[in-house]
Design a binder for this molecule. Structure first.
Ligand code: HEM
Length: 480
């Protein structure tokens, strides 16, 4: 009853919550989510509103103070993992250990990020090789390439080089399995979401088929994990020539039952799932922007060539590519945020109360306005316009001492990587990888849009919006 009363106090945007009309509102939202969320954002600038999904009401908060409150709420009140996992029913598809003990995030935050500079040469080597083999461009011919399928292969290969090394990172079956895992989990999760809660524990093991997926993963990574576990048991946590890869970073933190092949394989799947689609989508968007706003090609290429001439292809050189960084951040600003950001599940039995007393009931999904924040003229001048040097211009005019907004900086006005304690731990690697990939493309390839000045339109339904899966661009090897 308290839940119902609390729910009733929060307004609905563009519709109502009557028994039948709520389904109509949900159907309208499914087809017009972006528009409805924009309406809610401007109608309740510092408030909270409700939007219907087919199965329940979700809550969306607006305004700097509320975004900060959601981002900073403790995990035993607003659960990050149950929030982002809700879409894919992660408790059932990936398993409670993943959502209740998400130490793989700390392995990325710690081991991976700490070793970025050391791993950069391997990343770069794989990157060059992956572009060459995946794009398969002959001498000087222009080729019309579908963008997303190619970036997906390239990103899967580069991240696998970092996570599992050679030769597995070039095993096509392994790469395809990892790419498809996300889609696989998403579909299984949507089916489980339709079940009533009482049936989930009974039916979801059959639908999720977790054991089968783990067995398949082990057919690739099993020997690598077994050997590492054997070495650690014999030699302790540190030894000379210990490989610097995801298995090592996970083992630094894994305890008890997590130190088994099956548990580690599942963690590796979870990390791949977080890393591959997000990064290839960002690269796809950036390539659409680069070919649509093609006047950026020359100045960005000049920056990459200048920096590489001075410093070579090093991590330090990548750090110095400020214009490329700005271009990628701008690309993310306009097309790289979820419609609702910071999704959290209210798991405190007493619900979640904002500091002004607004109450969100136990069990609800609460998030904050996402994409629309990036288009708000109060946050960005000419917010609707793509301005690739928006973030580097300040640095160039005011010097390195100015307040900088590099790609990895999150904020209440920039939510592509989330914000607060749970902000994406992989963003330092993602930014390095994206900048290196874009610089490599600029230095080594010519590129142009399929239709001059036309950006392939975003696709999606409901809250899922992504760059076109079918968009193509022309590319050829540069005559250097
Ligand atoms: C452009 C690429 C990427 C984007 C846009 C992105 C975006 C995000 C977002 C929005 C979140 C949730 C943050 C929140 O709700 O507060 C997140 C979480 C996460 N991301 Fe990323 N991500 C990217 C790349 C990566 C990569 C490359 C990795 C791994 C190497 C990674 C690993 C993770 C993990 C493990 C989490 C969960 C964090 C936790 O357990 O606290 N991400 N990411």
């Amino acid at each position: 009853r308290r839940r119902q009363q609390a729910q009733n106090r929060i307004p609905v945007v563009n519709g109502s919550d009557g028994i039948i009309s709520s389904y109509l509102t949900a159907f309208h939202f499914l087809r017009n989510a972006e528009e409805v969320l924009e309406q809610g954002y401007y109608q309740f600038p510092d408030g909270v509103f409700r939007v219907p999904t087919l199965l329940r009401w979700d809550y969306v908060a607006n305004g700097v103070a509320r975004i900060a409150e959601v981002a900073a709420a403790p995990d035993d009140v607003l659960s990050f993992h149950q929030g982002i996992g809700d879409n894919i029913q992660a408790d059932w598809t990936m398993g409670m250990p993943i959502t209740r003990n998400p130490f793989h995030g700390h392995a990325i935050r710690g081991g991976l990020t700490r070793n970025l500079a050391r791993c950069f040469p391997q990343v770069m080597e794989e990157l060059v090789c992956a572009f060459d083999e995946v794009l398969a461009l002959e001498d000087t011919e222009w080729k019309l390439l579908p963008v997303l399928p190619n970036t997906m292969q390239i990103v899967a290969r580069i991240s696998s080089r970092l996570f599992v090394g050679l030769p597995l990172c070039r095993n096509q079956e392994y790469l395809n399995f990892n790419i498809n895992y996300t889609i696989n989990i998403f579909i299984r999760g949507r089916i489980i979401a339709l079940l009533p809660d009482v049936l989930k524990p009974i039916l979801s093991p059959f639908i999720a088929a977790r054991d089968t997926l783990i067995r398949r993963t082990l057919s690739f990574v099993g020997p690598l994990i077994e050997e590492r576990l054997k070495d650690e048991n014999q030699l302790g946590p540190e030894w000379e020539d210990k490989p610097n890869d995801l298995v090592s970073w996970l083992l630094e933190l894994a305890e008890g039952e997590e130190r088994t092949s099956a548990a580690l394989a599942l963690r590796m799947l979870a990390v791949n799932m977080a890393a591959i689609h997000s990064t290839s989508t960002a690269l796809t968007s950036a390539l659409y922007d680069l070919t649509t706003y093609s006047s950026y090609i020359e100045p960005l290429r000049a920056e990459a060539e200048r920096v590489v001439r001075q410093e070579g292809w090093t991590k330090a050189a990548i750090n110095n590519m400020h214009r490329i960084d700005s271009f990628l951040r701008e690309s993310q600003r306009l097309n790289g945020s979820k419609l609702i950001a910071l999704p959290r599940k209210v798991i405190a039995k007493e619900g979640f109360t904002f500091s002004d007393g607004t109450f969100i009931p136990y069990g609800a999904i609460l998030g904050v306005s996402g994409r629309v924040v990036h288009y708000d003229p109060a946050n960005y001048e000419n917010a609707d316009t793509f301005d690739g040097f928006r973030f580097s211009r300040v640095r160039e005019s005011e010097g390195d001492g100015c307040v900088q907004r590099p790609m990895v900086a999150t904020g209440v006005d920039h939510l592509s990587f989330g914000h607060g304690p749970h902000a994406c731990p992989g963003r330092f690697f993602a930014a390095m990888e994206l900048k290196a990939m874009l610089a490599h493309v600029l230095v080594n390839y010519d590129l142009r849009a399929e239709k001059e000045g036309v950006r392939p339109p975003n696709m999606g339904i409901g809250l899922h919006i992504s760059p076109s899966r079918k968009g193509r661009i022309w590319m050829r090897k540069r005559q250097i």
